[in-house]
Design a protein around this ligand. Structure first.
Ligand code: DX5
Ligand code: ZN
Length: 219
């Protein structure tokens, strides 16, 4: 699978968001990752449906809404302008129904799994998802250290996908940097949401350099 880099605008200067997004695109970003936080599921607040709508008019990059909210089923329809909606698997009582709703909205579907949750219960759903996103930090804040233990989850997912010729992406969110991305690709990840490491300096250079590091050791 090709490497997919999705800069997470949580780490961008939101007073100059258009410039940050243009720089990420110039560096070769494959999409933009937009964290939505409600102060309940996580103890923080972040973007809204309006962010997705506004960004659609300033970039051609696909927009991924990552819903870190307590009740995503109630608000999915608000994110129909996104190309992909990613839900936390522990926030929905009926993952199959949630995925079906996302598809009906015309969006691609992603599922994120927290560090303390197993991936095995999600395996039956993989044919219906475009992205299985392994959280390598606790959701809520950027800039946290990468949890190396999540590489085992990635290896298991990679083996499972290879055995079934699956087509979904295997992603990591949290703590991805030049120091960690090669370990992640070596373990079999091919999709990365990258916050601080993408926006700390010039996003155009950062995204380009991250891709080079990822491609140096891809599984
Ligand atoms: C955390 C978010 C991440 C965050 C990653 O709740 O889901 O997307 O932006 O930030 P970094 O890359 O700084 O860990
Ligand atoms: Zn995220």
């Amino acid at each position: 699978m090709a490497i997919h880099l999705s800069p997470s605008i949580l780490a961008a200067d939101t007073a100059a968001l258009g410039n940050a997004v243009a720089a990420a695109a110039a560096g070769g970003a494959d999409s933009l990752h937009i964290d939505v936080m409600d102060g309940h599921y996580v103890a923080n607040y972040a973007f809204s449906p309006k962010t997705v709508q506004d960004l659609r008019s300033v970039t051609h990059l696909p927009l991924h809404a990552h819903l870190e909210v307590a009740n995503p089923d109630a608000v999915l329809y608000l994110f129909a302008a996104a190309h992909m909606i990613i839900v936390q698997e522990d926030t929905t009582p009926d993952l199959g129904a949630t995925l079906a709703t996302i598809r009906r909205l015309g969006c691609m579907a992603g599922v994120a799994v927290n560090r303390n949750r197993p991936v095995e219960p999600l395996l039956p759903w993989l044919e219906q998802v475009d992205l299985l996103l392994v959280m390598a930090v606790e959701p809520g804040f950027g800039g946290q250290p990468f949890d190396d233990r999540m590489l085992d989850k990635v290896r298991r997912l990679h083996a499972h996908r290879a055995a079934r010729s699956g087509s979904h992406a295997i992603g990591l969110d949290g703590g991805i940097s030049l120091a960690t991305i090669s370990r992640a690709t070596a373990a079999g990840a091919d999709f990365f949401a990258v916050g601080s490491a993408a926006f700390a300096g010039d996003p155009a250079i950062a995204v380009h350099t991250l891709r080079a590091a990822a491609l140096a050791v891809s599984a």
